[in-house]
Every structure is written in C-alpha cells, then in structure tokens.
Design a protein around this ligand. Sequence first.
Ligand code: KIV
Ligand code: ZN
Length: 512
Amino acid sequence: MKDHLIIFDTTMRDGEQSPGASMTKEEKLRIARLLEKMRVDVIEAGFPAASNGDFEAVQGVANAIKDSTVCSLSRANDRDISRAAEALKGANRSRIHTFIATSALHMEKKLRMTPDQVFEQARLAVRFARNLVADVEFSPEDAYRSDMDFLCRIIEAVIKDGATTINVPDTVGYAIPELYGTFIKTLRERVPNSDQAVWSVHCHNDLGMAVANSLAGVKIGGARQVECTINGLGERAGNCSLEEVVMALKTRRDYFGLDVGIETQHILAASRMVSQITGFVVQPNKAIVGANAFAHAAGIHQDGVLKARDTYEIMRAEDVGWSANKIVLSKVSGRNAFKQRLQELGAQLESESEINAAFARFKELADRKSEIFDEDILALVGNESVAREKEPYSFVSLSQHSETGERPHASIVFTVDGKEIKSASDGDGPVDASLKAIEAHVNSGAEMVLYSVNAISGSTESQGEVTVRLQHSGRVVNGVGADPDIIVASAKAYLSALSKLRSKADRVAAQG
Ligand code: KIV
Ligand code: ZN
C-alpha cells in the first residue's frame, strides 16, 4: 500500500464549520453515500460532542456506510472521545480523530495550558481512544506554526501510545508549498518512530494555496493521506479541494506516481450535491467543477479542440462527470428512467416512497418545464426532498402583483408545523414583498446576510436556485429553494432557512 494515497474527506466536519453550511442528518447521509460510491477512503462525518444533532448524524453515517472508514472528530478529552466512539459503534471501519493545539500562541492564549500539560493531555487522549478503536488519528492543531522540537516530541509520544495516523494541519492557511513539504519531510526524518504511522496533510486555503501545499506535503514530505473537501468547502477560505487534488494526482500520475482510488466520474454530482445542500454556489471558473471548466469560448481554442482534443484539454470532461448530452428527461419519461438517472447522479433515495414522492415532483416540474436537466433532478431530490416536507415551515402557494410604477404586493400560503397560514404584504420588489409576507406572520427577528439567485442550468428556461442566509443569536444558516419562478424559489429558500434556524435553536435548547 506504499503507493496508495488515502483520500480523507472532511466536507461534513471541517466543511460544515463554514458559516451557514450546517447539514442535517439526512443531508449528511446523502453526501456520505455518494462519497462511498466515489470510493473515498475515509469520511469524517462530524464532531459528535458538538451537539446531539451531530452525534445522530455521525451515528447515521456510521450505520449506513460499509466500504469507507467513518471518522469522528473529538477534542483531546475523555468525554469527547467517548461520544465519538459511541457514535461510531455501528461502523464497519471506524476511526477516532483527536486533536489539541500545539503552537505557542494557541497553547498560551486559547488553551491556557503549558506545553507539558498539552503533551500529557495528548498522550492520555490517544491512549484512551486506542482502547476504544484500533484506528486513531492525532492532529496537533496549528502544527505548521508550532515549534519543531515540541512537535517532534509530542508526535513521537502519541505514536508510541498508539496513534496510527499523524495529521499535520496548516490550520490558518499560512504555509507556502515548498516550505510545508519540507516541514513534513523534516518531521518524518526527525521523529524516530515516524514509519509506524501514516502521515497526513490538512491545509486551509487562506492564501489560496491549500491544494498546492497538500501536493507538496505529498511529493516533498512523503505524506500518504490528504484531507480535503468537496468544492474546497471549509472554515474561512476553505480547505484543500477534493476534486482539484484528486485530478492533479491522477492527471499528473507521471510526476506523483501514486494510486488514488477515487471514481472520478462522480465528482461533478458530489460538487452539485454539496452546493445544493449548503447553498454555496460554485464559481463558474472553479477548476474541475465550475460551469466553464471545460467550456472553450475562444474561436482558436474551439478550432483546436475540434481538430485534436488534447490541444487545449488535459482532462476529459466525462471523466469527472460532465455528460455531453445534458438534456436527460422530459414529461414522457417514466419512473424507471427517473430512478436510473438518480442512481447515475449518485442521488440515491432511501425508500420506494421517497422515490415516488420525488417522481411526483418531477412530473409536476416536467409539466411546467419542457426539458429537465441533471441539475433540475438534483435540485428535486436536494432542495425539494421528502425531508423538506418534515420541516416546520413549508411552502404551499404564492401570488404576487408587480407593475411599473406600482408598489409590488404578494400573498403567500405556507404551513407552520402543518397548520396553514395566509399572509400578505407589499415590498420594494416582488421578492421583498413575498418575504415580508412570511415575516409578517413569523416575526423571526433574523437578519438576512445573503440573498443570491443562480440559474440552475444556465438559460432563462432554467429553474432559479435561491440561497438565503439568515443570522440570529449567533447562529447562521443557509436555506436553498429551487423553482422555475424565482419569487417562489425565494420564498422556499426563506422558509427553509427559517426551518433550519428553528431546528438549530431546538438543538441548542436540548443541550441545555
Ligand atoms: O484545521 C485544523 O487544524 C483542523 C483540525 C481539527 C484537524 O481542522
Ligand atoms: Zn481544518
């Protein structure tokens, strides 16, 4: 296995830490199933000690996933580690990932601990975790800004105590590729028992170098695990992007010489799923998964590609899931074709009743929209999922009037815990009027910090996908809604965000 590079996905843990990106258990299950299908080696599913909801999500993923290792994060204390082990009980293969900060700045200012105390706590944590599972990862948080001697000392000790993977985070995205690669190399050379653990890289993207740093950690440093997220989701500027690092390793296998087990044809589906669940839109020029990543606009490029593809293409679009024929279904398509396309897109639904419900929504949409694209199908099972029907706030219908020179007015019907509410308001525009009509009844007190509209499949016939980010009492949530009518999509997104705010508030209340 020396030449195998472990892909460790942390979309559902580090990725979820970005403001508004929180995911429900059902959403995590959908992502996890697709990651397993992609043959991701390790799936970090969450931080069970953070909330009951996260505990249940990790537990759900651990019970459902059979082929990938399911990993659970914990601080370096017995309570967190026990919680992580408990959540992982149903897993076929499980890993506990425990961390404690090791930089002078973090130890002194954040932990208020001496290096010796941190050293002892790390050892106790790893020993405790090793008694519960065989696979234990240790991360010295802010490793890249830690003192090299101290880092060597603590890493040597935790390997003796049973850590099987040593992860070296560049927590604040401060590293430079060559320096980070050399940093890992030096650690591996100086830690006497370094060959008894797998070395891992975990890079943040604050200076836009997370992928480059990770690759340098592999090439120069000899790391054999990369921690990454779909679409590079993550704290602040995000993490190393899975799709970019995987395609770099595969496309330049001549240089890296490592085997990566990822089935890359599912990459685009995973990118879209994560984008739709979190409401984080993928920029058009994003490598691999952006709408323009394989689009050749300049005539000279088009001419070249038509004559010989590799004049301007270093990868095949199909290999990462872009299909040549994007129109997939229409209203004459049957349930089986719909189900098969769902599977191909990695959007498996749990039960026949979920498929039936999604198919009914598909038929409704196909009555209003002649061509149904992959993006529409993913939106149907994502934003319009059966789970949404269980949300406290749910859209029913909307009518609005807007005319040049007149103040727009909207009347909306929605349900709150199953009870139908009718409300109306005027506003600066039809979207504003619709959301004000919702607020006239709900009075959430939430502040809207983001509103964005995106055409799902790029034309005016497309569905509009709206993201609404709300903030209340320190909590930030994103709601996403899709519909051919962007005012309806806005109302759906707003109601979804309100539902998430409420379920977050309930979770906090349940924790006391
Ligand atoms: O960035 C970081 O340091 C982390 C650790 C918890 C691994 O995410
Ligand atoms: Zn991180």
